[in-house]
Ligand binder design. Structure first.
Ligand SMILES: C[S@@+](CC[C@H](N)C(=O)[O-])C[C@H]1O[C@@H](n2cnc3c(N)ncnc32)[C@H](O)[C@@H]1O
Length: 350
């Protein structure tokens, strides 16, 4: 946890960022126009946008002393002689400022396009919110703007540091709690109106070491399966659960068998809206292989992925947004692109 004066300094830092006009430059919006940044703040663009070292005196000219020293004390900026470098990536996430790490197999904290996809579904969240697999807090903090209270659960202890820094920077510390632990274990016995989860969801063959933030087991659904199984215990009667993830399939559509089992076992209506469809070849396969935590064995790892997908008859990966609610009779509804048009499937069970 941070001291009061550190929280205050981080909040002032956010005001400096707002004044700088850096928001557009560090947003994930690819349509955003190139920003116009005042000359004295261009140092931020070099440091956070381009990852360059800058001269300490340039920062001293635009950041109040106590703010600059707090950023250094918290390890957000590294001083090397007369130069300073950003220790973390800084992003503007739908109006919130977030420190996170650059995505790599060695990173402990993740922030990517899927973080944004899920956050969109949570705008205006009300009541008590549970954000699972919270990382540095993009969804938890989006919810904290409108919800009564947000509980974030994350297994990686190092994420706590950036989570609390991000909460303080955005003035949301009083609305959130952060629990380190495994999925639903830290919140046993509690109920929530909104539950969100961006789990590790890449399908990975057994025996290939993978980062904790990315490896979702053999079909990518390990955490989703555990969450759906525990959902009736933690979801308030009129609550909703929002998840982002990926499911294997073929050219004609995603394989929905796993969701049917989850819906039937937990009496849920599960809506699986597939947002992308990628062939498990070329760039997609390279991305999966590139995230493995082994060096110099790309060919071997690629072979393991190819054999694994062949054994599952999977040729495509579909990224989805999943919505789940309690239902008198379980059902699964899905929409997806099947290569020539939109496909829809719906199945309900008694
Ligand atoms: C894809 S990242 C999502 C992070 C953040 N919510 C976002 O959207 O940017 C998945 C996160 O889940 C965490 N995680 C993995 N297994 C977990 C578990 N069993 N319980 C809680 N968190 C877990 C990872 O450490 C990682 O921070």
């Amino acid at each position: 946890m941070l001291r009061n004066e550190q929280r205050h300094a981080l909040f002032c830092w956010k005001d400096v960022l707002a004044e700088s006009g850096l928001e557009q430059a560090l947003t994930r919006d690819p349509e955003a126009k190139p920003p116009e940044i005042a000359r004295r703040f261009q140092v931020f663009l070099r440091m956070f946008g381009e990852g360059l070292r800058v001269e300490a005196r340039e920062l001293q000219a635009c950041i109040p002393g106590e703010v600059l020293s707090t950023l250094e004390t918290l390890g957000l900026l590294n001083r090397i002689g007369n130069n300073v470098a950003a220790a973390y990536r800084l992003a503007n996430h739908m109006g919130l400022w977030l420190f996170s790490e650059k995505v790599s197999p060695q990173a402990k904290c993740y922030y990517g396009n899927d973080s944004f996809e899920l956050s969109r579904m949570l705008i205006g969240a009300e009541g008590n919110v549970l954000d699972l697999c919270s990382g540095v807090g993009p969804q938890a903090l989006i919810c904290a703007r409108t919800a009564r209270h947000v509980t974030a659960v994350e297994i990686e202890p190092l994420a706590a540091k950036l989570f609390w820094i991000n909460a303080a920077m955005n003035g949301l510390t009083d609305k959130v709690e952060f629990l380190t632990g495994d999925l639903l274990a830290p919140v046993a016995g509690r109920k929530f109106d909104v539950i969100s989860c961006n789990p590790p969801f890449m399908p990975v063959p057994a025996g290939v070491p993978y980062p904790v933030f990315a490896g979702g087991g053999s079909d990518g659904l390990d955490i989703v399966r555990r969450l759906m199984a525990g959902l009736p215990e933690v979801l308030a009667p009129d609550g909703r659960c929002e998840v982002v993830g990926a499911v294997l399939g073929d050219a004609c559509g995603p394989d929905l068998a796993a969701f049917k089992k989850m819906a039937a076992e937990s009496s849920l209506a599960i809506i699986v809206d597939c947002r992308t469809r990628e062939e498990l070849e070329g760039k997609t396969l390279k991305r999966l292989v590139g995230m493995a935590m082994v060096e110099g064995k790309d060919e071997e790892v690629e072979r393991a992925f190819r054999n694994h997908f062949a054994s599952l008859n999977a040729t495509h990966l579909y990224c989805f947004l999943l919505h789940a609610v309690r239902a008198p009779s379980p059902m699964v509804c899905s929409s997806f692109w099947d290569g020539s048009g939109m496909g829809f499937r719906m199945e309900s069970f008694q």
